[in-house]
Design a protein around this ligand. Structure first.
Ligand SMILES: CC(C)(COP(=O)(O)OP(=O)(O)OC[C@H]1O[C@@H](n2cnc3c(N)ncnc32)[C@H](O)[C@@H]1OP(=O)(O)O)[C@@H](O)C(=O)NCCC(=O)NCCS
Length: 291
């Protein structure tokens, strides 16, 4: 006989590298033998936003897809009525990510966002200085000069996470606090404002060290002002970011792009960054617990 057993967990037991504060583990058993389990808790699904209800560590025995669904359904039902529950699936963590997505989709979850990771390796290739743009690092021009430019670029972002988070805040306030967290110390040198050689504002790019990976950089944010789009400036901004990465001694740059952001996906490919060099590929699912 199948049963769902609840194991209450200690929310202070946060694993290294994870933000999940576990609440309950749901274990599906058949005749006392474990078939599937999932952990329900609260996690920082969106960086520097309040924690969301989330499911993690979903696993099941071979042939246990129905048990996995039962575990997920029980976990969602434990959320407060009307609450959003998120379920991230990452190919770098789950080699059987396709089956995880099937479980999510057949349990009523909708895809909130799909992201690709682009890996640019510094192989000593030529990185000529951008010719049509003048770049100024934030460490020289100050944070205040960058804030309005970033705010205007991101107001029309195609990144679904950025759009959701940005929509919750006053743009300039959000950008200021973002820079306070993500553009400090050495990173302030590789957040750059860009203008044409005749001084017309174009956009920005922000490169930082990847968290937990000292030899690798990441393009945190990049944007071209709406009135300057469609002129290929993004290619020059990427070039500037890779030059900054080389100057900082990074051997590679791994950047995460919403697959819906077609102009950015295309620009990454043109820049020589490889989407298949690393297994990282993330699907973020969400559902709402019935009220
Ligand atoms: C993604 C982005 C940086 C691309 O910059 P860009 O310099 O305009 O890039 P491109 O010149 O290669 O143009 C990209 C496409 O936008 C199209 N485009 C042209 N004019 C445009 C306009 N006024 N507005 C929007 N897109 C335009 C271009 O035709 C091109 O399409 P194509 O590849 O089919 O020709 C820019 O669209 C942007 O800032 N978007 C908002 C912020 C964002 O999404 N950042 C990435 C995540 S952090």
């Amino acid at each position: 006989m199948r049963e769902v057993r609840r194991v209450e967990l200690d929310p202070s037991q946060v694993r290294p590298g994870s933000t999940l504060r576990p609440i309950t583990r749901f274990v599906v058993e058949h005749d006392g033998v474990e078939q599937a389990s999932v952990v329900f808790g609260r996690a920082e699904i969106f960086a520097r936003e309040p924690a969301e209800y989330a499911l993690a560590r979903l696993r099941w025995v071979e042939g246990g897809l129905d048990a996995a669904r039962a575990a997920v359904t029980a976990a969602v039902d434990s959320a407060p009525p009307g609450a959003a529950v998120y379920l991230p699936v990452n190919a770098a963590v789950s080699p059987d990510h396709a089956a995880h997505r099937v479980v999510a989709e057949t349990c009523g979850f909708a895809l909130f966002q799909e992201k690709e990771a682009f890996w640019w390796a510094d192989t000593g290739q030529a990185l000529p200085e951008p010719t049509s743009l003048r770049l100024e690092p934030m460490s020289r021009i100050g944070r205040e000069a960058l804030v309005p430019v970033i705010g205007r670029c991101l107001a029309q972002t195609l990144d679904r996470t950025d759009a959701l988070v940005f929509g919750r805040h006053r743009p300039e306030q959000w950008v200021t606090s973002f820079l306070d967290h993500r553009a400090t110390g050495a990173d302030a040198q590789s957040w750059m404002y860009a203008e044409t050689t005749s001084g017309i504002p174009v956009g920005f790019v922000g490169l930082a060290q990847r968290v937990g990976d000292p030899g690798v950089g990441t393009i945190v944010l990049i944007g071209v002002l709406p009135e300057q789009r469609g002129h290929g400036y993004v290619d020059q901004l990427l070039l500037a970011a890779y030059r900054a990465a080389r100057a900082r001694g990074f051997s590679a740059v791994q950047s995460l792009v919403d697959v819906n952001n077609r102009p950015m996906m295309a620009a990454m490919c043109r820049s020589g960054a490889d989407p298949s060099a690393h297994p990282w590929h993330k699907w973020l699912y969400t559902t709402t617990r019935a009220a």
